[in-house]
Design a protein. Sequence first.
Length: 574
Amino acid sequence: MRIKAKLTFGVGLLFILILALAAISGWYVNQLKKDTSNILVANYNTLLYSRNMLLALEDLATDTAAVETFQRNINLQKLNVTEMGELEATNLIIKHFELLKENQNDVKLVSSTRKDITELMRLNMEAISRKSDIADDTAQKAIVIIMVTGTLCFLIAFILLVNLPSNIANPIKELTESIKEIAGQNYKKRVHFESHNEFGDLAKSFNTMAEKLEEYSESKLDKILKGKKRIETLIDNLHDPVIGIDETKKVLFANEEALLISGLKKEEFIGKQIQDIAVTNDLIRTIIKDIFLVEQDLKEEPLKIYANQKESYFEKEVVNINIVPTGEEESEFIGQVILLRNITPFKELDQAKTNFMGTVSHEFKTPISSIQMGIQLLENNQIGSLNHEQHELVKGIKDDTNRLLKITSELLNVTQLESGLLQMNIKATAVQPIIDEAVKANKALADFKNIKIEVVNKVTNLIEADSQKTAWVLNNLISNAIRYSYDNATVFIKAEKINDKVQFSVTDHGQGIQPQYLTKIFQRYFRIPGTRKEGTGLGLSISKEFIEAQKGVLWVESDYGSGSSFFFSLQAVV
């Protein structure tokens, strides 16, 4: 228990007992007052009235004022009946007094009245004696309880007097001796207070201080210098640029690669505030622009820097350095390390892959077109009729050719997106022609599955969009909805204006998408495991990039087992 809690508990308990002692004493004094007041008010007044009636009875025959005196006192007595039998005695006195008023010389009536008054006095004298005994009992109880409470107060005060000074003085004495040991360079000295109070916290802080002093005293400067040299040599031999700054953003180190790409000398860099260097150096300004932001953009484009006599690409990573000081529990921020990983070889390989995909896709288009032309000639009856088997074979070749052409087109779109050569022709465009074009392109597939396409267009505004790319996206979403819908179903297409955006939606009532795949379906080449529908896994990825290139948003909502809804929104022309 903490010292403050001990003091609060002990003094508080003593205070409560003193209050209890005062309350009990006051209560019993009040009870004694009530008992004595009861005697004075009830019984004493009756005795007074009885005495006055006896005196008036003696002069009843000779003094007319005695009759009034007797009557007044008997009336007062009627209002002061408090004891058992007192009412009967009072009524007898009234009865005999009424007879005396008619015959004042009747000695027998006077004697009976005197006896009645005497009986009334006797009843009240007994009541006074009884109530006096009750008051004595109350006083005895008060003495006992007050003595018990006083004894408890004494015991608690005695315990506090014996224990509290030692509880405070002994740890202070031990701590003072330990401080003297530390002053004498005995850094191995520790204090051990088992209690979890303020002295326990003080002992923990003292031991932490002693541990740090011991660690400092046992450290060797040459070990520190050697360790520093090892780290510097390691950093300098890294092939990636590395810059280290402390918690105040002062540059602590920068390896040769960092100096090379920045065009700075070591004396111009080391020891300077990095924000001051950024004022005159564009590269440093680009590197540190997000270090001073509270919220950093997690998706950061690679940095393009002219290095090694060519354009190079670097991926930046900022590592926060946090340490837990000796003897403490909370971590402390002491600086940051900026790493620039050279990803130029990977970028070149990626570019080569993109060029290869573009070249292959482009070269595929010519033979595919020739195949399509040959299929059209085969289907022309003027060249010759086909039997049923030949017709089915030509139909299969035609479907595969169309599928191959679609894959080639998607690969070309991917190539344009990756190479940055995608050209967007964004202008004010009507919504209905886009919907009509997409629906027309999927009519044959919908008719084949007997699927109804229901269109609701509530938009009268134009939109800021590339009509060709937007129609391609809507066409892809409708095609997917038809392919994943059951036969004889309905696909709903809706366009509506929401605030300053126009929102398109394509809803089917097919199987739907499982929740764990909702965030993955827009990744390139991803296909839901177990699906038997044909596809490359590129359509949704390309659609998303087409919409985002127009500053729009594409998303999906799905209830597995009930169907899916794909949405995208574009800016409306006000």
